[in-house]
Design a protein around this ligand. Structure first.
Ligand code: GLN
Length: 247
């Protein structure tokens, strides 16, 4: 029997950035790690707290409204250099909607004010009054095989990957994606995924959950042995996908 590993996940600004049940993603990762025979703790990180990014196995931040985004983005900027150093070393991170928008140079809000982003990637977001809402299916190259990812999006911001060497999380099969125009959804860089797919994305996309789990394990120099019985998860994925694509 292999040794039990301990994993530590930072949940950034859970009081501000947690729309549509985004937190469900953390419950999913924690549960799956336990089913694989390991331990996982989730630590909330709130405004004005400093964190040692190198001490975590993964970061997670959900979406939030413009007002909450304003508070969180300002705070997050304080430790941007430390965070970038860890992301470059392969720190797994999932950033949803408002959190994804922070990764770029700016978010131009409804009042035309520009919220400064972390500036990690040459992408930007501009508010438009009509929201892009609905179910979405994308095709992603996350693993060696192309995989479909199903979810729900609800955003007024339009994100543009300005640098065409940036890799999106996937291409849109049905739905809007980053801006409703170029067929791109989200961003993938090493073990970081930024995406507009809100709510509990990982329970119905176990391939994405396991992508993070394997990346976390690799950083600790261990391998996750065994596989989980994903019959129910795969069924939920297939049903959701068929319903969205045939609608
Ligand atoms: N700025 C975001 C948007 O474009 C805020 C909402 C979110 O995170 N879902 O709508």
């Amino acid at each position: 029997m292999s040794k039990i590993a301990q994993f530590r996940i930072a949940h950034l600004y859970p009081r501000l950035m947690n729309l549509y049940g985004d937190r469900g993603n953390l419950i999913c990762i924690q549960k799956r790690l336990q089913w694989y025979g390991h331990d996982c703790i989730i630590e909330p990180i709130n405004l004005h707290e400093s964190l040692d990014y190198s001490a975590y196995d993964m970061l997670f931040m959900g979406g939030g409204s413009a007002q909450e985004q304003r508070l969180a983005s300002k705070d997050w900027l304080r430790q941007a250099d430390d965070l970038w150093a860890e992301l470059e070393k392969g720190l797994p991170a999932l950033c949803i909607c408002g959190a994804f928008q922070f990764l770029g140079s700016y978010y131009e809000a409804a009042d035309s004010q520009k919220l400064k982003g972390l500036g990690f990637f040459d992408l930007y977001t501009i508010y438009e009054p009509d929201r892009l809402i609905g179910n979405i299916v994308i095709a992603s190259q996350l693993t060696e095989e192309t995989t479909t990812v199903v979810g729900f999006e609800n955003h007024s911001g339009r994100t543009y990957l300005h640098d065409d060497t940036l890799q999106p999380f996937g291409t849109v099969l049905e739905g809007f994606g980053n801006n409703g125009q170029d067929g791109q959804e989200g961003l993938r860089y090493k073990n970081l995924i930024g995406t507009y797919l809100h709510g509990p994305l990982l329970p119905k996309n176990p391939v994405v959950a396991d992508f993070f789990i394997h990346a976390m394990a690799e950083r600790q120099g261990i391998t996750i042995s065994g596989t989980l019985n994903d019959r129910l998860e795969d069924f939920a994925h297939r049903q959701t996908k068929q319903r969205i694509l045939n609608d």
